[in-house]
Design a protein around this ligand. Structure first.
Ligand SMILES: Nc1ncnc2c1ncn2[C@@H]1O[C@H](COP(=O)(O)OP(=O)(O)OP(=O)(O)O)[C@@H](O)[C@H]1O
Length: 263
């Protein structure tokens, strides 16, 4: 494992990932700076979730490197990357439906920090020592994400928009430095999207959390992101400010087809 200067927050170097003949990612490089909100956009199947899977350790690319705060995490398993401070909210809500909001956040925190279910439930060993800190964080997150009215309700009984909030809360309970959000607003009403955008901005401003956001709603992307990366067919085709990528002919073509590009 090769150490990198600590100045690097997240660096993706020439990552290539294939599934058989499908090239999900081809030579993709990007960097995220501390405290930044960046978005990853691109048409369906462009490779966005695959890249987030590589950063969070769910996939291991065939080529390239991923460096987080000086550690080469390219081959690390997900729970080990999570302990470094990389939190992830999944595209499809990945919660325990029959457990309450509070239980999901508490268990989620222990599971991702490497505790067994027995330790987490029985307050043994390491889990016991960290219990006070964990509870305080979970309470802070419930308050922050305005989940107090739902704290004892089974997650499966909640409206979809609230479940998506719990999914982000679960990631925040891990005290991440980098939050990977895979379509956190998909399927939400306009009001729910506005609330979610506020939660993302506040998490960034109040806790200094950097955010890598996958989002299809380009208005949201324009509002939230300091920089935008655009993938198409597994390749990075543009990077820059929201205004710059919106004006990029390759991006317009990727989204609207060749006829949209001016001659
Ligand atoms: N586990 C897998 N096995 C086989 N192919 C996969 C796997 N994961 C992703 N792919 C393929 O890799 C390509 C990129 O998929 P990915 O889900 O990363 O795209 P995406 O940009 O996130 O799409 P969407 O916006 O629809 O979520 C697609 O062709 C997809 O079918």
């Amino acid at each position: 494992m090769q150490a990198e200067p600590r100045a690097t927050f997240l660096a993706v170097h020439s990552v290539t990932l294939s599934f058989g003949g499908i090239h999900a990612l081809q030579d993709v490089s990007l960097e995220v700076s501390p405290g930044e909100i960046v978005s990853l956009i691109g048409p369906n199947g462009a490779g966005k979730t695959s890249l987030v899977n590589c950063i969070s350790g769910f996939y291991h690319p065939q080529r390239g490197r991923i460096v987080f705060q000086g550690d080469d995490v390219t081959r690390w398993p997900p729970h080990r990357i999570a302990t470094l401070g990389v939190g992830r909210a999944f595209q499809n809500v990945e919660l325990f439906g029959r457990l309450s909001v509070l239980e999901n956040l508490t268990l989620g925190r222990h599971r991702h920090l490497g505790y067994s279910l027995l330790q987490a439930l029985g307050y043994y060993g390491r889990a016991q020592r960290d219990e006070v800190t964990a509870r305080r964080r979970v309470e802070d997150v419930i308050d922050f994400m305005e989940l107090e009215p739902y704290r004892h309700q089974p997650v499966a009984s909640l409206p979809y928009g609230v479940q998506k909030r719990v999914e982000m809360a679960r990631a925040l309970a891990l005290e991440p430095r980098l939050l990977l959000l895979d379509e956190p607003m998909a399927g939400m009403t306009v009001e729910e999207k506005e609330d979610m955008a506020r939660f993302i901005l506040d998490a960034n401003a109040e806790w200094g959390i950097s955010v890598l956001l996958i989002e299809h709603d380009l208005a949201v992307v324009m509002d939230l992101s300091q920089r935008v990366f655009v993938l198409n067919f597994g390749r990075l085709i543009a990077a820059g400010s929201a205004a710059e990528v919106a004006a990029d002919a390759h991006v317009v073509e990727a989204y609207l087809g060749e006829e949209a590009v001016a001659p």
